[in-house]
Design a protein around this ligand. Structure first.
Ligand code: Z5A
Length: 211
């Protein structure tokens, strides 16, 4: 018995978390056992690493430390949560996974993709998603959503979100290159519309993947 592994990817403000919740609710209502998780995070250790990665105080991680922290969190999540769930025949829906490393640490930070692939493969012990939904949103739309969220929740953007326009452009182009290189797994969805519009595309894509 083997479950299915679905990941959501995209730049900030693309609306992943909103669609993860909708998909999980839909699958559960259809009687499917689903484990929902996120990266970095999803286990006690990985959530502690998440807090370290988001720490705004002095001594922020350099690019290589940042990469190793993301991979350490992933190794823990795969070993303790994702693999056991898939082996038990459950579906796993994860908010971000390996493609975020290639996009952020590779295209964004400029670390070598070959190195990242080898190291990521080691961290995941070869596990890759069955389906990845890449929510693509224009920078102006993403910016406006983040601005509204910050105003509504009285929060400010974190260390990674503050990386600047050039970084975010490289990131978006990087995600597109990843999708072009693996079109069977990574499906690009237009995420500029309303949550309902995006949800229709998510549902259609998931249904088609296992039709
Ligand atoms: N990162 C990395 O560098 N390397 C890695 O390997 C991994 C991650 C795994 C995790 O931060 C950071 O780690 C992330 C990448 C990096 N940094 N950045 N940037 P996180 O988990 O805190 O944040 P996030 O993954 O970027 O997600 P998010 O901020 O929660 O945003 P989201 O999931 O894309 O969107 P959302 O929460 O669903 O929506 C954002 C807002 O827009 C919210 O107010 C919604 O109500 C609204 N929204 C959502 N959809 C819509 C639509 N369709 N229309 C209008 N408004 C909408």
């Amino acid at each position: 018995m083997k479950g299915r592994f679905i990941t959501f990817e995209g730049g900030e403000g693309c609306g992943k978390s909103t669609q993860v919740k909708r998909l999980v609710d839909h699958l559960r209502a259809s009687g499917i056992e689903v484990v929902v998780t996120r990266e970095p995070g999803g286990t006690r250790l990985a959530e502690l690493i998440r807090a370290l990665l988001k720490d705004e105080r002095e001594d922020p991680p350099c690019d290589r430390s940042e990469l190793l922290l993301f991979l350490a969190a992933r190794a823990q999540l795969v070993r303790n949560v994702i693999r056991p769930a898939l082996s038990a025949g459950k579906w796993v829906v994860c908010d971000r996974f390996s493609d975020s490393t290639f996009a952020y640490q590779g295209y964004g930070r400029g670390l070598r993709l070959d190195d990242l692939r080898r190291m990521n493969d080691f961290a995941c012990d070869g596990l890759a998603p069955d389906l990845t939904l890449l929510l693509d949103v224009r920078p102006d739309v993403a910016c406006e959503r983040m601005r509204r969220r910050e105003a509504a929740t009285n929060t400010v953007s974190d260390r990674i979100e503050q990386a600047g326009d050039a970084f975010h452009q490289r990131l978006r182009a990087g995600f597109m290159e990843l999708a072009a290189a693996d079109p069977g797994r990574i499906k690009v969805l237009d995420a500029n519309g309303s949550p309902d519009d995006v949800w229709r595309s998510v549902l259609e894509t998931v249904n088609k993947a296992w039709a």
